[in-house]
Every structure is written in structure tokens, then in C-alpha cells.
Ligand binder design. Structure first.
Ligand code: JAH
Length: 254
């Protein structure tokens, strides 16, 4: 997969040199290309922002440098990338969207700063490329760079060969069709007693059926505590009698 990233702070992306994503880049599984937006300005101050039409606080990113930068990235290629623009007003970034984007050959991320990018940029490229404005959560960052790091990691680990055999993508908490959208329960490793705290004995018992049931109970309890809306959204067929008994003990409605 090829990933282009346009930003006024390409230094933000140093973490992509290390760990899983760094290894994938060394192997050639992932081709990440960083671009400085200011390279497509023409004034002495390399200006990328201006005051908002209609008034209001802050500054807006000017369309001209974005148009030149994106045109330069697209130049000479037959097929264009998916264009992803992080913004708090975008569609939610979910594991489902990560899986969808991981199947693409080419992604282009456009990182806004200030109050965002002049909307005509998204309109212009929306007629040539698939454009998604995407939010990674309901909070406001200082710009799109950190959101792009989040998305590149979530997408990158889904590429064939990136995770390795020790880990697996299939039992992730949010992988559609697995664990029925419950959060994962607690995990433990050696030693069996640490600072007087024991590992739950069932996990040392070798009773695989009982272990699976215990893990599901813990997943249900954790989901009820931390993400009750996920439980409320489960189809009735996804909860068996034992599940309902566990939730009843928590006074969970439904
Ligand atoms: C802030 C441009 N959903 C997280 C998120 C994504 C992007 C931004 N903020 C939050 C952002 C300022 C300018 C993008």
C-alpha cells in the first residue's frame, strides 16, 4: 500500500519510522511519502492560512497550496488514491472503516490546522477521487496530524504480513463478526502470584470450555461497565441464557 501525507508539520510523523509500521516500510509492504504543504506556496512567508469569510474566530487553510500539493501527488498516475481528511465533523473512524481502507492500494491524507481547510478543496477533489472527511473521536485536536498517525497504525496493522503470526487481527474487540462486539476481558501472564495478587485460578485449570465461558463473562461485565451502549445495540440472538444471567447480576437493563 502507498500512503501520501500532506502536512505543514511532516516531523510529526517520525513515529512511522519505528515498530510495526517502520518494519513494514523497510520491507516495502508500506510506502509512506511525506509532503510539506508549504512547498506549494509562492510568497516569502510561505502562507497557508487566511481569515474566514463570514467572520468568526481563527484562520482557515487557503485552497491554492492544497490544490497544487494534491495535484503534484496525483501527477502521472492512472488511478487516484482515496483522499482522507481528518476533522471533528467527519464520519467516525471505526474498525470497519480501517478494514475498508486497508483494502485500498493508495491513500492520501490531508492534515488541516487552524479551523480547517477551505471546503472547496474537498469539493474539487470529490469530483475526481473518493473523499472522506473522518473523525477519530469527539474531541478537538490542534490539527489532523495525530489523527492520521492513529489511522495509519490501525490500517497498517491490517495489511497482509504486518502483524506476524503471534498476533492476530481476527479476535480484535471491534472486528465485525467476532466476540459479537464485546470488549475484551482482562489478560494475565506469569508469574502466577505477583505482589500477593493471584491469576484467576480458572485460567490455570486447563478446562478450555470453562475458560471460554469465564472470558465471556468478563467481557460482558467490562462492556456493561465501560460501553453500555454496545450491549444495548446487540441483537437478542447474540446473548445466551448464561449471558443474560451475568448481566442480570449487574442489574443491567435488557
Ligand atoms: C483540528 C484540523 N476527531 C479528531 C480530530 C481530527 C482532526 C482535528 N481535530 C480533531 C482537527 C483542527 C484542525 C483538524
Amino acid at each position: 500500500m502507498r500512503i501520501d501525507i500532506i502536512s505543514i508539520f511532516p516531523e510529526y510523523f517520525a513515529p512511522l519510522d519505528v515498530s510495526l509500521i517502520g518494519k513494514a516500510r523497510e520491507r516495502g509492504t508500506l510506502d509512506v511519502r511525506l509532503h510539506q504543504l508549504r512547498d506549494w506556496t509562492h510568497d516569502i512567508h510561505r502562507t497557508v492560512d487566511d481569515t474566514p469569510y463570514g467572520g468568526g474566530p481563527g484562520m482557515v487553510m487557503k485552497p491554492e497550496p492544497w490544490g497544487e500539493a494534491i495535484d503534484a501527488v496525483l501527477a502521472g498516475e492512472a488511478e487516484g488514491p482515496r483522499l482522507i481528511v481528518p476533522t471533528p465533523s467527519g464520519r467516525p473512524f471505526t474498525q470497519g472503516l480501517a478494514l475498508d481502507l486497508a483494502a485500498e492500494p493508495w491513500l492520501l491524507f490531508a492534515c488541516g490546522r487552524y479551523e480547517g481547510i477551505d471546503s472547496r478543496v474537498m469539493a474539487e477533489y470529490g469530483s475526481r477521487l473518493r473523499v472522506d472527511e473522518v473523525s477519530i473521536g469527539d474531541y478537538v485536536l490542534a490539527g489532523g496530524e495525530v489523527a492520521v498517525l492513529v489511522m495509519v497504525e490501525a490500517i497498517g496493522r491490517l495489511l497482509p504480513g504486518v502483524l506476524g503470526n503471534a498476533q492476530s487481527v481476527s479476535d480484535d474487540s471491534f472486528a465485525p463478526g467476532t466476540m459479537a462486539n464485546l470488549l475484551e476481558g482482562p489478560v494475565f501472564t506469569k508469574p502466577p502470584v505477583w505482589r500477593g495478587r493471584e491469576v484467576p485460578p480458572i485460567l490455570l485449570s486447563g478446562h478450555h470450555g470453562k475458560i471460554a465461558r469465564w472470558r465471556r463473562d468478563e467481557a460482558l461485565r467490562r462492556t456493561a461497565a465501560n460501553r453500555p451502549e454496545l450491549l444495548a445495540g446487540l441483537g437478542p440472538e447474540t446473548l445466551d441464557k448464561h449471558d443474560r444471567a451475568v448481566l442480570a447480576e449487574l442489574d443491567f437493563p435488557g
